[in-house]
Design a protein around this ligand. Sequence first.
Ligand code: NCD
Ligand code: ZN
Length: 347
Amino acid sequence: MTQTLTITRPDDWHLHLRDGAMLNAVLPETARHFGRAIIMPNLVPPVVTGAQAAAYRDRILAALPSGMSFDPLMVLYLTENTDPEDVAAAHASGLVTSVKLYPAGATTNSASGVQDFDKVRPVLDKMAEIGMPLCVHGEVTDPEIDIFDREAVFIDRVLDPIRRTTPGLRVVMEHITTKDGVDYVKSNPADLGATITTHHLIINRNHILVGGIKPHYYCLPVAKREEHRLALRAAATSGDARFFLGTDSAPHVDAAKESGCGCAGCFTATNTMPLLAHVFEEDGALDKLDAFASKNGPAFYRLPENPGTLTLTKQAEPVAFPKKITSGDGPVTVFDPGFPVYWTAQG
Ligand code: NCD
Ligand code: ZN
């Protein structure tokens, strides 16, 4: 017996599309199911100015196969030299949706990120004034702090002080991985939302480390203990408007992942929506998938919902998703949840 679920066409509120050959390979994987995505600016060099965001947006639209529709929501990479007026002008023109704060050195291509948070206060004050959201990579980089504690410590040491210093700043905690992140969002009624990835709803840290190192499960923030995964599941499937999907689909070629110093990032664009249907069904919350993937994000970003729909179909036999996609730079492994999935998605 087949079962179907039709939801509003979803959006991805945290996505890495890269550039060049990789962009060509991964863009259709997202555009097939998603109407829009918040496009991460951590290119080399990063997307820092409004002019760079405009050029990157043009490259994305040029790479979109004909017949597909997709609206890239551009993001500026915050540096200690970012000009508040450039940010405000890029936002006012409709070109740029948000600004991304990377603590310097926290993750892939974050070397130009922020070291001294006081230096970016004029930009944050301006953003609060104009209601522009700040996307935050919430991990401290202090080498003394255990990697599994970096998100919780960031909330106390950096995020909460920033929000107190710049009241009214609208913040998205990106890809939260802990119960601490969930609790912090829940305890703050206004101006705070969080994205949750598909893979953090599925894996905990055992998946990365038990029975041999699994580089394709390594991403940042790194997956935590099971109790944290369960807190993320409860938040995502609750329907609470402050939690929405940001896949953090982050392609790296296999040679860069399967290495003595493997890159962080899980590539989930290809099968994210079927995996989410599986997860939400497992938790008896299929009726909340529309909120998580399609409604809560636009509400937070103050954008209209997408006009179209996506239909998810459960079939009798497990679906054979591609194990890899090919790119001009080399193969990219598609996230393997480690269990059979019976759902497919059709735009
Ligand atoms: C991202 C990437 O590869 O750009 N990697 C990741 O593990 N998520 C960067 C990021 O979002 O932290
Ligand atoms: Zn990311």
